[in-house]
Design a protein around this ligand. Structure first.
Ligand SMILES: *Cc1c(COP(=O)(O)O)cnc(C)c1O
Length: 370
């Protein structure tokens, strides 16, 4: 989808917030620990290239993405820092991996075996250990013993890192987290710790578990100023939300009492009401469940009434406003703030899914950059 520039709906990303969220975390680390900025999925919807550049200026030593295309996007933008692909990359693309100096993840013994058969010893590999996520990585003692043998007997394999991913680092209950810790320690006894990077820390592990056993921190959600736990755990320092989502009033009218609004006629005015229309809808990522969510207009709440359409939605205004008046869906409006988290709670999901779900139809603008 092309960005709709001739329309008053946009994402504004405050790069200064990203900088602050990174610097504050770096200050909590020691000098042996490096922060890598996670910019997968177009920087959680914020724009991968712009966020990556700001993150590097703020002190990030490298970047993490999810797939090879995302890594190449950063290289094409001129970024030369290390880039780790955290998920699977087929070795069919070994040429691209080598040519662009991309660090890849070994997701299985099969993949590692395939790599050993390719005469290419310059690929930096991080070994993933599945300690309790059930997703990718070496699983169980036997696989790790075999991997160790393969690595030791093969000059084609260059292991730069060993890592795992925690599934519950953002919850009060640490039972499963501790189980994963035990399994990672066990993995390290088999594989050895003689690698440049050992890492376990996503944002949550960095925030609440002292970046346990990590000299590389994979810093994602918190960098964007969101709380990975939602509101279950309080963050140890204030995170500044980078994202603003705003639209504007394109039509405003005073409607009579008992008028229906939107598809399905699910909303009926209770009295005479000022109703404004916005040029944003579910095709922008403002999903239909946002019906009932309160946007901000002139520092006042304005509820989305009726079903959200594909390209438009309607809000109930506290008073008459002019066409062109700014409407803030997330962010600050006249001193009143809507968090992405409040939107996530309204629609019953996590903050990550809200920002990732904002589509390319929304143009992205940047403030606070150098
Ligand atoms: C996405 C991802 C991260 C970043 O997680 P946040 O919770 O956003 O900090 C870290 N590690 C892996 C393996 C990931 O997939």
């Amino acid at each position: 989808m092309i960005p709709s520039n001739y329309r008053g709906s946009r994402i504004i990303v405050n790069l200064e917030a990203i900088t602050t969220n990174i610097k504050t975390e770096i200050n909590r680390l020691d000098e042996t620990q490096e922060l890598f900025a996670v910019v997968k999925a177009n920087g959680y919807g914020h724009g991968a290239v712009e966020v990556a550049k700001a993150a590097i200026l703020a002190g990030a030593k490298g970047l993490c993405v999810s797939n090879l295309d995302e890594a190449l996007e950063l290289r094409e933008a001129g970024i030369t820092e290390p880039i780790i692909v955290l998920s699977f990359v087929s070795l069919d693309y070994i040429k691209e991996i080598v040519e662009h100096n991309i660090t890849v993840t070994a997701p299985s013994l099969e993949w590692l075996t395939e790599l050993s058969q390719i005469a290419e010893n310059s690929v930096k590999v991080h070994l993933k250990i599945d300690t309790g996520m059930g997703r990718i990585g070496l699983y169980g003692k036997e696989e790790m013993i075999q991997a160790k043998e393969l690595i030791d007997s093969n000059d084609n394999i260059m292991i730069e890192g060993i890592f795992t991913h925690f599934s519950t680092a953002d919850t009060k209950d640490t039972t499963h987290f501790e189980r994963q810790q035990e399994r990672f320690v066990e993995a390290l006894t088999i594989l050895g710790e003689n690698v440049k990077y050992i890492h376990t820390s996503n944002s949550a592990t960095a925030l609440w578990h002292g970046a346990w056993k990590s000299n590389l921190i994979r810093y994602g959600n918190a960098m964007y100023g969101m709380n990975p736990s939602g509101h279950e755990l309080e963050t140890p320092f204030h995170l500044k939300q980078a994202l603003t989502l705003e639209s504007e009033i394109i039509r405003v009218k005073k409607m009579k009492s008992h008028e229906k609004i939107g598809y399905g006629a699910t909303y009926e005015t209770k009295e005479e009401e000022w109703i404004g229309t916005l040029p944003i809808g579910y095709a922008d990522g403002l999903i239909r469940k946002f019906q009932g969510y309160e946007c901000l207009v002139n520092g006042q709440k304005a509820e989305i009434v009726g079903r959200v359409c594909m390209d438009q939605c309607m809000i109930r205004l506290p008073e008459k406003v002019e066409v062109g008046t700014k409407v803030t869906i997330f962010g600050l409006n006249n001193g009143v703030f809507n968090s992405v988290q409040s939107g996530a709670e309204h629609v019953g999901t996590i903050n990550y899914e809200i920002t990732c779900g904002l589509t390319d139809r929304l143009p992205r603008f940047y403030t606070g950059g150098n």
